[in-house]
Write a protein that binds this ligand. Structure first.
Ligand SMILES: Nc1ncnc2c1ncn2[C@@H]1O[C@H](COP(=O)(O)OP(=O)(O)OP(=O)(O)O)[C@@H](O)[C@H]1O
Ligand code: SF4
Ligand SMILES: [Mg+2]
Length: 489
């Protein structure tokens, strides 16, 4: 693996604004928002698999969609191979998308029922072909000087208009300054002759000499000001075109040789390419003309995989790729994913509720709770020695084939706080059995905990709770009020 991460997400935010109620509208209250992703920092290295686990509604899918730029981030930075992609748009964004593909959470909804297999799987290839053609055309046009000339002419026209506006402003300013100076000089005039002498005193009063008044400036006429500040002529488009003559253009043939268009993508070529892709994901080659409803759940998931892998992406966001499948098919899909990763050195962001799948496929794992990452580290560290109380609770809640667990119940209760107005401090505080006052006041930051397995944890009491086993968050149905060791209350 290279040092530079493939994906660098830093303090990423996605807030979905809510529609205001009539009362809120008339009271002039600000729009509230769902804080689906709030200050997430995570990286994915080339060829690495990062698992993303957490309970329903914690923002896993939203984070995956942000990384694939299917959502625009509200804040934070999003880099792909060191390039900031948070602000990409238009053709550039469409072209960049070949790097990141998504296998969606709902395979039925993500496959168009009116399209055949070759059309569905070939869609990204066609989209990329269109973009490559467009970029080649633009590059040829630029090479032949057309775009550059247009830009230069537009610049000249704009500059000329700016000079004219500036001269107009200068004229207006001079006239105003002149009028002001005249008014100011008028206020400083000496008193009129025949005014009464100052009262009091007797005898001859020698009046004080009047202060010398400032000279009254001459009133400038409009014509005089215009003569002082001449207006530059407003250039017409034709004049600009004459000023910026087109240089001798390279011929179309030369441009085509320099920037060749991608080879034409015919229907036959596209079908052949899709046909070559299908066995890679375990689908038969003769299903090109079938519709998605003719496939089983596993078949549809494989179709989604084929569509994602056909453009050789560098990162695939796998959103619950095995959630609708039985255990045997899950294993087949996971095996196929591992093989594909080995062959193509693609990175995965694996979003799932299936901790076993993460254990099997992932290199690192991040745990999300209410739009934030609460623990991130190696699979061994996070899943074998969890430190954050929420990770412990998540692992304790997993069904395990153990006869002793039959009479055990999960004891983390309480309501999940609203994402519209998340509580201050730690978001897990309302449900955490280890909560202390500091947790409700101060937002815990991700940090490496001494003595843990190297993972980063966002918990104030990480040192105190790291040795508590997840099973202690279970309680026997016979003793419902047993408290785990280290509990605050
Ligand atoms: N387009 C949207 N508009 C408004 N709110 C949204 C939108 N997409 C997601 N949300 C909200 O963001 C929150 C996180 O949703 P998300 O789908 O990312 O959760 P998740 O962790 O993937 O859940 P699950 O495990 O059930 O798939 C939810 O409260 C959801 O209602
Ligand atoms: S910071 Fe406090 S409330 Fe949050 S998980 Fe840690 S102990 Fe529990
Ligand atoms: Mg989801």
């Amino acid at each position: 693996m290279t040092d530079r991460p493939l994906v660098e997400v830093s303090n990423l935010e996605k807030h979905f604004p809510l529609t205001r109620t009539a009362t809120e509208y008339f009271r002039g209250q600000a729009r509230r928002a769902i804080h689906a992703v709030d200050g997430v920092t995570v990286t994915v290295a080339p060829g690495e698999t990062v698992g993303l686990i957490g309970e329903s509604g914690s923002g896993k899918t939203t984070l995956g969609w942000l990384v694939a730029r299917l959502h625009d981030p509200t804040g934070g930075s999003l880099k792909f191979e060191g390039r900031d992609i948070a602000k990409l748009e238009g053709d550039e964004l469409r072209y960049w998308r070949r790097n990141v593909q998504v296998v969606f959470q709902d395979p039925v909804g993500s496959l168009d029922p009116r399209l055949k297999v070759w059309q569905i799987v070939g869609e990204p290839v066609r989209a990329q072909y269109v973009m490559e053609r467009r970029f080649a055309t633009q590059a040829r046009a630029r090479f032949r000087g057309r775009l550059d000339q247009k830009e230069e002419r537009a610049r000249r026209l704009q500059w000329n208009r700016y000079l004219r506006d500036r001269a107009r402003y200068e004229r207006w300013y001079r006239r105003r300054a002149n009028a002001r100076a005249i008014r100011a000089a008028g206020r400083g005039k000496p008193p009129q002759s025949g005014a009464a002498p100052p009262a009091g005193g007797s005898g001859t009063v020698i009046p004080e000499a009047p202060a010398p008044s400032p000279p009254v400036p001459a009133r400038l006429t409009k014509q005089e000001v215009e003569a002082m500040v001449p207006l530059p002529p407003l250039l017409t488009r034709r004049e600009v075109r004459r000023q910026v003559p087109l240089p001798r253009k390279p011929s179309r043939k030369q441009a085509r040789a320099r920037f060749p268009a991608p080879p034409r993508l015919t229907k036959l070529k596209l079908r052949n390419r899709v046909q070559a892709m299908l066995p890679t994901v375990g689908l038969p080659v003769d299903c090109l003309d079938q519709y998605p409803h003719e496939f089983s759940g596993g078949g549809r998931q494989r179709l989604s995989l084929a569509r994602a892998f056909i453009v050789d992406p560098k990162l695939v966001v796998l959103d619950e790729p095995t959630s609708a499948l039985d255990v045997a098919v899950q294993a087949q899909i996971l095996n196929r994913l591992v093989e594909l990763q080995r062959e193509r050195r693609v990175a995965y962001l694996l979003i799932t509720h299936n901790v076993a799948a993460v254990r099997y496929v992932a290199d690192r794992v991040a745990v999300m709770y209410l739009g934030q990452i609460v623990e991130v580290g190696t699979v061994h560290g996070v899943l074998e020695h969890p430190v954050h109380p929420y990770t412990k609770a998540l692992l304790a809640a997993l069904p395990v084939a153990d006869a002793r667990r039959r009479r055990m119940r999960f004891r983390i209760g309480g309501d999940v706080p609203s994402l519209v107005s998340p509580p201050p401090g730690c978001r897990f505080a309302p449900r955490c059995p280890f909560v202390v006052d500091r947790c409700r006041a101060e937002d815990p930051r991700l940090r490496v905990v001494p003595g843990a397995s190297g993972q980063q944890v966002a918990c104030h009491r990480a040192e105190d709770v790291q040795d508590i086993a997840p099973e202690s968050l279970l309680t026997s149905v016979d003793e419902p009020h047993a408290a785990p060791p280290g509990t605050a209350s």
